[in-house]
Each structure stands twice: as C-alpha cells, then as structure tokens.
Design a protein around this ligand. Structure first.
Ligand code: NAP
Length: 252
C-alpha cells in the first residue's frame, strides 16, 4: 500500500501584511526588487528616486501608494519627504553609487558625493526616522564587501566600508526600539553594474560564475530576499549582513 504525501500545503500569511515599506532608490536594481518582494509579502509601498519617469513606471508596476522624485542627498528635500510621510514600518536605502580612483587622480567633488551618499545620508535618514518609524521596524542601508581588502583606487570606498558597520551599531542603540541594519553586497547584477562595466559586463559575469564559491552571479532578488528577511525578523539589529557569494574570499 502506498501512502500519499499530506494533501495539506502549509499556508503562510504574507509576512509584511499591514506594514508600510519606504524604498529610497526604489525605481531600479536592488531597491526595485526589494520593493517588489515586499509588495508580494503584502506591504504597502512608498518609493523614491531622482528620475521621475522611471520612478512613476516602477510605482505603477508595483502598485505603490505614493512616490516622490527627489535627490536623497539634498537634506531639505529629504526632511520635507519625511515630514509629509504617514507612520511607516521599514526604510530601505539604495541610493548611491561607488567611486574608485587612485589618490593622484581623485576628484574631491566625487569624494564628497560618496561621503554624502554613504555616510551623511545614513545620519540624515536616521534622524528623520525617529518620529516616523514604528517600534520594531528597521532602517536598512547598503554597503559592500569589496572595500574590505586594501587595493589601489579603493581608498575612500574602503574607509566608508569600515566606518558603516560601526555607525550602524551605534545607531541601533540610539534609535532603539527602531532597528538599524546594513547589507554588504559584492557584485550584484543591476543596472548600476551594467552602467559601470559597459561592454565588459558579460566577461565579468563569466569570471564570477567561474570563480565564486556559489558558481553563479548574485542577483537583485538574492539581496531583496535578505532585505525582506531583515524587515520581518525583529531579532536583527545593529548588524552587517554579507551577501556576495563568497566573493571576498576569492580573488574575484
Ligand atoms: N550593484 C552592486 O554590485 C552593488 C554592490 C555593493 C553595493 N551596492 C550599493 O547598493 C546600492 C544599490 O545599488 P544598485 O546596483 O541597485 O543601483 P541602481 O541599479 O543604480 O539603483 C539605484 C536606485 O537608487 C536611485 N538613486 C540613486 N541615487 C539616488 C539619490 N541620490 N537620491 C535618490 N535616489 C537615488 C536610482 O534612481 P535614480 O537614478 O532615478 O535616482 C535607482 O532607483 C548602491 O548604494 C550601491 O552602491 C551595489
């Protein structure tokens, strides 16, 4: 006699039902995919980015309740955005891009932009979030694993990579019971990576497929799944979560 497997599939309630998720940088790449997965888990979405047309397209596709086009590194615009927000549960921040340059070639305007996007923006969002994020919600920021190894051209990126986990720990204490967390990614196959690598994108993907311990490229969906988990798991605060397919341990 054969016994059939149980005919009762496990039903999960959507994990972000009733929660409002703000994604600053939600029109593309990791931010867009995080918004998409949060929506699939029942979240109400509020999206921001600079380019209004691309943002509107993303907001329509994901059925966001609202969207706002502004540069997140402009403190006045950021303050206004937060002032007009209802109470929310989670903020994911994916604004920003890297800057690589040898000391002798360094453009200090670019260095200031990097510090603005990856350090001051964290502080400004943290201060704004105090009155808007419900207890137990998380602020979630992005960093990388590549800057952990010294390399010519990585100076400022390395310095920020080292600074952010320390800042996140401090903010987690200061903002409690709001949680504060950091995701450190390696190469992720996003529009930003495509733009940075141009014609060399496919070659880079192949190199990573051959050398990464996971033998595949990390996708925005991988990072988004981690981001949604950090939103849902209320034990997580003050920590940095690596997601790079093992890239930091190989010469890739
Ligand atoms: N991709 C990677 O390999 C990788 C690895 C490690 C870390 N990261 C970091 O992860 C974050 C997301 O990367 P991604 O690859 O998903 O980038 P992406 O594909 O370029 O998407 C970035 C999103 O943020 C928005 N944005 C950028 N600057 C902004 C600003 N100043 N104010 C408001 N919105 C802004 C963009 O829209 P608009 O351009 O219209 O503003 C877009 O919606 C970045 O901080 C990046 O440095 C990426």
């Amino acid at each position: 006699m054969s016994t059939a497997n149980t005919a009762f599939p496990i039903q999960h309630e959507p994990e972000l039902l009733g929660k409002t998720v703000v994604v600053i940088g939600g029109s593309a790449g990791i931010g867009f995919e995080t918004a998409r997965q949060a929506r699939a888990q029942g979240a109400t979405l509020i999206l921001t980015a600079r380019n209004p047309e691309r943002l509107q397209r993303a907001a329509n596709e994901l059925n966001a309740v609202s969207n706002a086009a502004f540069d997140a590194t402009d403190p006045a615009s950021l303050d206004r955005f937060f002032r007009e927000l209802p109470m929310i549960d989670h903020v994911m921040v994916t604004a920003g891009r890297p800057y690589y340059a040898r000391l002798r070639d360094m453009d200090f305007a670019q260095v200031r932009r990097l510090v603005d996007e990856h350090l001051l923006l964290v502080l400004q969002i943290a201060r704004n979030a105090v009155n808007k994020v419900r207890p137990g919600g998380t602020l979630l920021f992005m960093s990388g694993t590549a800057g952990r190894r010294a390399a010519v051209g990585l100076g400022v990126t390395s310095a920020l990579t080292a600074a952010l986990p320390a800042l996140i720990g401090n903010l987690a204490l200061e903002l409690a019971p709001i949680r504060v967390n950091l995701i450190a990614a390696g190469f992720v196959d996003t529009p930003l990576s495509a733009q940075l690598l141009g014609d060399e994108l496919e070659q880079r993907r192949n190199q990573l497929r051959a050398t990464l311990p996971i033998r595949r490229v990390v996708e925005p969906a991988d990072v988004a799944a981690l981001a949604v988990h950090i939103m849902v798991n209320t034990a997580l605060t003050g920590a940095t979560y690596d997601i790079d397919g093992g890239q930091q341990f190989v010469a890739a």
